[in-house]
Structures are given as structure tokens and as C-alpha cells.
Write a protein that binds this ligand. Structure first.
Ligand SMILES: NC(=O)C1=CN([C@@H]2O[C@H](COP(=O)(O)OP(=O)(O)OC[C@H]3O[C@@H](n4cnc5c(N)ncnc54)[C@H](O)[C@@H]3O)[C@@H](O)[C@H]2O)[C@@H](O)CC1
Ligand SMILES: [K+]
Length: 527
């Protein structure tokens, strides 16, 4: 099984490691195995004959680095070791002694160090427990200032393993080889400038040990292509019909922001949703019809400024006629009374953009208390702050957990590492994205895509099961399995960011305007 989806804290990794050692795996054998895998990975990046500087700490991160030094020495690399500590853990001390006896040059002072082509950072792993100061801090700053690439073992030395916070100073790596399981800190936004390209080195941790420590349903998970694709409604049942593929209502747009409605709708279109209805101010109805001939466009009465003033749904239709509703992009804040009306709906509801700004004005938590079905809020950092001004966004994983718990909603906090939490504190983190998505309209596309996926997956012949299960966020789906709503939110997030990555590969990071982004959603699935 792919271990890419698991995420651990330092203390969980320590517990897993202890279980492996207690079960009989010798500590030295595990270090040898892990460092052997690191050496192989390094040989794919560094050519024989190049000079490699090894930075060895006092603990087992340093031990790994010293085994790597020995391996590279025997493979024909020019190796030197920087090891400034006077007291080493026993196994680390043994490897250091052997390296010295092999006549690998060892140094304690940065002033003595020869030049090199690459540095391997084994100063601290998940054992770092306090601020780095004095000699070691000076050394780290010196290495960062050099122009040789640095490859960090497990985590860039100086980052907090759980929060990704810089403890004094930290190595700025070009590559990070994370050992065994992804450390939570590597998925925090504040760690991004230090990590470079991150890779997992799987060293065969038994799944039983992972589940014993993390629980059968781990709290924090990383979105992968496997987890995301398993939630998509593909292939479609052969006997399906359009109403079995979900009916999404979008409430969006204004005379001022007509484009937001189009982009949201194009995101929804790409989701494959069976039926799409779009409520917009009446004046922009013809525009929407011309862009989305397949959708039912509902022209609503509007305010003087061109915002929807009242939802005028077709005859025999109310908000509960839809499988899901997504609301907000381009709405403006001109008519706040619209939101309390929409909040009453008994189907899953996505709120984004101006719907969030209005929600913040009228009271996030008190308003959401009226909900009887699942709610998904998709704020960026600014909107998150307006919705939850008392929650610090610094540790984004904690922030989404707290916000979701307080509001009994699913919170999707957008960013370079989008984090999603359900009210029970189950978190998904999106590990891959692109700055190309930091552009107006890209969030509108996500809202439509998410709404469309929700409507589609939640629809089941005889449906309605999810309505009773709302607080558990568990749904029964067309795919004959149980999928929770936050899994669908994670899949939409993954799909959206992969489209951005694909578009940026084809057109550079400057070429991913929101309309172009919508054109890359389907190619992600074909890849
Ligand atoms: N978890 C696992 O299963 C495995 C872990 N391994 C390695 O072991 C590492 C963890 O090893 P350790 O627990 O020995 O911890 P580290 O090697 O991360 O470092 C801890 C050492 O640094 C000292 N220290 C902590 N903060 C300091 C500071 N601010 N200034 C100066 N000294 C400080 C501690 O007293 C301790 O001696 C992992 O990151 C990984 O590289 C691998 O060897 C193999 C398998
Ligand atoms: K390290």
C-alpha cells in the first residue's frame, strides 16, 4: 500500500519507531537500511567524482548522514564531514569513528571546510527540540549563503517537525528526503521556502504499526492522486440518467462581476454534473446562456446596483429541489439578506467569496447554527480571518480544525498547501500546487467544480440518506461505497490544483488565467 497519504508528528514517528525496535528490528540495521536508500537516491542526483560535504548532527539524523558519507566514499565520491558536536549518540559515534578510520576528512570549524558540489544536511531530524543558537546557527546561515545545493535528510534542520516553524534558523534545502512517513511540518505553508523538492523514502514500516499509532482513521492525511481518483464518480453507471448525476444550483454573479458566474459555471461543467442551474441577476442571463447553452439560467430580480435581490426559482422548485448548492463568486455584498435565505436550504451548501464576507458580517457561527445539512466554507487567508478573527492562521492545520469544530462546517483554507478539516478534526492537506493559481477567478472555478462533484456523488437513486447523517458528514453514493463529504472536497481541491500544474507546464506559470484553467480540468483525468 502507498504510504504517501499518512502524515505524522514527531511524537507519533517516535512511537512507530519504538514499536519497530521493540518488535525486534535492530536500531543499527534500520539505520543501515534507511541510509542505504538515501545513498541510492543521492546517486541519481549527484555524479561520481563530485565533492559532497556531509553535515552530521549528534543524533540519529547525523547517524544516517555518516552512513551516507561512508557509502558515497566507497562509490567514488569525494566526501568530507562537518561534525561540530562533542557528544554523540552511541551509534552515531561509532559511524563517525569508522568514517575517520576510513580517512574521510572530518572538520569541526566552518572556516576549515573545503568547497563542495553538494551538501547533505543531517544536522537535526525529528529530534530537534529547541531553538538552534551559537555555532550551529552560524554554520547553518553559512551553508545557506553558499551556492551549492543542499539535500536534507528527513526534514531541513531547524524546522519544527510538526508546525514547520523555523527554530532560530533553518537549512534552505533544494531537496528533502523525508524518511518513512511524511512529517506534518513539511505540509505547513511556513516551511515551503526551506523544503525544495520533497520526496518520501519508504523504508517498509509495517502498516499495522502505522494504524496502531495513528488510529484506524488517521486524523491528518495527505491528498494523493490515488486518494483523489478513488472518490471520482468514474466510470458512470451504464444505466444512469441526468437526474441521477446530480442537480447543482449555482447562485453567483452580479452586473459588476458577471465573469465570476461564468468561471464558476465552467468549473461546474467540468465536474460532469448531470444538471446545472445557475441563478444570476436577470440582466446577465443572456451572457450566461451564450457561454453555457446546456445550463438552466435563472434570471433573478436585482438591486439597483445589479446584485441578486431575491431568488426567483422556477415554478414547483425550491432550494431543496437541488442536490447541492454553491454560492458566492461575484455576488457582491450589496444585498446581505440573500445569505440567511440560502442558509435555510436542507442540502449541502458551498459558500465562497462574497457569501463568506456576508457570513462574517452577519455572524459566522450563529448563522451556521441554523444549518441542517452539511456546509462547506472555502475561504482564502483574508476571508478566513474575517470569518474567524480569533483563530491564528499560523498553524493552518490547527486553524482549520478549530474553525471546523466551532462552526460545525467543513473548512477549506486555500493556499499553497490547502488544508481541509471536518468538524471532527479530520484533515486533508493538498501537498502539490502551483503559484500559477494565485490569480483572480481561480477560486471561482474551484467552487463550481466542488459544487458539481458534491451534487453528483451525493445523488443516489432514492437519495436523501445524507440528510440524516449530516453531522457525521457521511454520505451514501452512486459508487456503492461510503464517502465522506470532506473526501469530495479533497478530490475537488486536488483536481483544481493538478489542472493548474498541467496548464503551467504547457503555458508557463504566467499563462494560467482562470478561463484557461477550466480548459485543463478534463485533461488532468485523461493523463
Ligand atoms: N524514525 C525512524 O524510524 C528512523 C529515524 N532515523 C533518523 O533518526 C532521526 C531522529 O533521530 P534522533 O531522535 O536521534 O534526533 P535527531 O538526530 O533529530 O537529533 C537529536 C539530537 O540533537 C540534540 N538537539 C536537539 N535540539 C537541539 C538544538 N537546538 N541544538 C543542539 N542540539 C539539539 C538532541 O539532544 C539530540 O542529541 C530521524 O530524523 C531520522 O533521520 C533513521 O535513522 C532510521 C529510522
Ligand atoms: K536534517
Amino acid at each position: 500500500m502507498n504510504k504517501d497519504q499518512f502524515v505524522v508528528t514527531a511524537s507519533q514517528m517516535r512511537d512507530i519507531e519504538t514499536r519497530i525496535f521493540t518488535a525486534g528490528m535492530p536500531v543499527a540495521a534500520l539505520m543501515e537500511k534507511v541510509a542505504g536508500l538515501i545513498s541510492q537516491r543521492l546517486q541519481a542526483i549527484i555524479s561520481p567524482g563530485e565533492c559532497v560535504g556531509i553535515l552530521a548532527g549528534s543524533g540519529h539524523n547525523g547517524g544516517d548522514a555518516l552512513v551516507v558519507a561512508r557509502e558515497l566514499h566507497f562509490r567514488g565520491y569525494q566526501v568530507w564531514i562537518y561534525q561540530p558536536f562533542s557528544k554523540l549518540k552511541e551509534l552515531t559515534a561509532q559511524h563517525f569513528q569508522y568514517a575517520r578510520n576510513l580517512a574521510i576528512p572530518c572538520y569541526q570549524e566552518i572556516t576549515e571546510l573545503p568547497n563542495c558540489d553538494f551538501l547533505i544536511d543531517g544536522l537535526f531530524g525529528f529530534g530537534l527540540e529547541r531553538e538552534i543558537t551559537d555555532t550551529i546557527a552560524t554554520a547553518i546561515n553559512y551553508f545557506n549563503a553558499g551556492n551549492q545545493p543542499i539535500i536534507s535528510i528527513d526534514i531541513p534542520s531547524g524546522l519544527h517537525t510538526d508546525t514547520g516553524e523555523v527554530l532560530g534558523t533553518a537549512i534552505q534545502a533544494q531537496y528533502t528526503f523525508c524518511l518513512g512517513l511524511w512529517k506534518q511540518g513539511l505540509l505547513q505553508e511556513q516551511a515551503i521556502p526551506y523544503i525544495g523538492q520533497a520526496q518520501l523514502i519508504d523504508f517498509d514500516i509495517p502498516l499495522a504499526d502505522i494504524y496502531t499509532v495513528l488510529g484506524d482513521s488517521p486524523q491528518i492525511k495527505r491528498i494523493t492522486s490515488t486518494t483523489a481518483l478513488s472518490t471520482l464518480p468514474l466510470p458512470l453507471p451504464l444505466t444512469t440518467h441526468k437526474y441521477k448525476q446530480g442537480h447543482l444550483l449555482l447562485i453567483c454573479g452580479s452586473r459588476r462581476y458577471a465573469g465570476g458566474a461564468i468561471l464558476t459555471a465552467l468549473g461546474a461543467r467540468a465536474s460532469g454534473v448531470g444538471m446545472l442551474s445557475i441563478a444570476v441577476p436577470a440582466t446577465i442571463k443572456p451572457l450566461l446562456v451564450s457561454h453555457l447553452p446546456e445550463a438552466l439560467i435563472i434570471g433573478c430580480p436585482e438591486t439597483e446596483t445589479g446584485a441578486i435581490s431575491h431568488l426567483q426559482l422556477p415554478e414547483n422548485t425550491d432550494l431543496n429541489s437541488f442536490t447541492a448548492i454553491a454560492c458566492g463568486p461575484g455576488l457582491t455584498q450589496d444585498h446581505p439578506a440573500l445569505i440567511p435565505e440560502i442558509i435555510q436550504c436542507e442540502c449541502p451548501l458551498v459558500l465562497d467569496a462574497d457569501a463568506l464576507n456576508i457570513l462574517a458580517q452577519i455572524g459566522t457561527i450563529s448563522t451556521l447554527q441554523q444549518r441542517t445539512a452539511a456546509t462547506i466554507l472555502t475561504p482564502h487567508t483574508g476571508e478566513f480571518h474575517r470569518l474567524f478573527p480569533h483563530i491564528s492562521p499560523l498553524n493552518r492545520i490547527k486553524a482549520v480544525q478549530t474553525a471546523a469544530q466551532e462552526s460545525v462546517a467543513i473548512i477549506l483554507l486555500k493556499g499553497a498547501r490547502t488544508a481541509i478539516s471536518n468538524p471532527q478534526g479530520h484533515v486533508w492537506i493538498n501537498p502539490e500546487s502551483t503559484p500559477a493559481l494565485a490569480r483572480g477567478g481561480s477560486g471561482d472555478v474551484l467552487t463550481g467544480l466542488l459544487g458539481g462533484l458534491l451534487a453528483q456523488i451525493l445523488t443516489k437513486a432514492g437519495g436523501g440518506f445524507w440528510k440524516d447523517q449530516v453531522l457525521d458528514q457521511i454520505v451514501s453514493v452512486t459508487m456503492n461505497k461510503v464517502i465522506s463529504i470532506e473526501d469530495i472536497v479533497a478530490t475537488a481541491t486536488w483536481w483544481h490544483s493538478q489542472a493548474g500544474i498541467l496548464a503551467a507546464q504547457a503555458r508557463t506559470e504566467l499563462g494560467v488565467d482562470a478561463f484557461t484553467l477550466t480548459q485543463y480540468l478534463i485533461p488532468v483525468l485523461k493523463r
